[in-house]
Design a protein around this ligand. Sequence first.
Ligand code: PRP
Ligand code: URA
Length: 211
Amino acid sequence: MFDSKVHILDHPLLQHKLGILRDKNTGVKEFREIVSEVAALECYEATRDLPLEDVEIETPIAKGTFKCLAGKKLAIVPILRAGLGMVDGILNLVPSAKVGHIGLYRDPETHQPVEYYCKMPDDIDQRDVIVLDPMLATGGSAVAAIQFMKNYGCQHIKLMNILAAPQGIEAVRKAHPDVDIYVAAVDPELNGHAYIVPGLGDAGDRIFGTK
Ligand code: PRP
Ligand code: URA
């Protein structure tokens, strides 16, 4: 029986940057840059279990046996739109990762996810997958995106968010108990429009300047 772990990444640098994201006066340029930086810092933790192997390296002084990544294949899968804001920060750390895209939006009335786009690397079923979305609110989008990846045959999936509500975490844990969640903070509740409170507003609009 799986029991997914929720990794709340309370590093001071992350918490400081999250405060800037929450501030309604933070402009689109800074918001976008900080989403990317937060994703990179979270990636550092989410990749902590990557396997290493021994390699022979000759330094300018002597030969030795050292560690390098064992070539595990990674894919990151942003949920459009807002997940796109996390991609560059992660690719800066893991440049060989492939990128799949899932387009989902929440129906404003029902809050249910509606799929409108999907494009995956050919070998996605052989890759470890990190699904990216800054916001985990009701959890509907993340639950659907993870199910999507499972339907593609993916077996090792992690979810990376910036902010979550308890409902979203519970929904993912219930539907996908094999998926670990990485998040910088869990806020107390959702409002009547299923927005996270106090949250940071609409992540997609703030990344792309659409409102
Ligand atoms: C936001 C967010 C998540 C979803 C979270 O996307 O980026 O995908 O809502 O809510 P949930 O946990 O209740 O499903 P939105 O639907 O606003 O689309 P956008 O990224 O295109 O703005
Ligand atoms: N989507 C967002 O962008 N923000 C929220 O608070 C909830 C869902």
